[in-house]
Write a protein of this length. Structure first.
Length: 57
């Protein structure tokens, strides 16, 4: 999970994050979470540092 540096790092724990999201949701039909899956090349083509850099950009 990627979260900005200025955000409380406790939110890296999915349960903590979801509890806060549910607590602050304004409407009953609010979209609480968005899951994004990104396919990246394997380690032979792109190392971990480059993968992280691509995702952040």
């Amino acid at each position: 999970m990627l979260i900005p540096d200025y955000v409380n790092q406790d939110f890296k724990n999915i349960q903590t994050l979801m509890n806060e999201v549910e607590r602050t949701a304004k409407k009953d039909n609010s979209q609480l979470l968005k899951d994004i899956v990104i396919a990246l090349p394997d380690e032979k083509e792109l190392n971990l540092e480059h993968k992280i850099e691509l995702i952040i950009k």
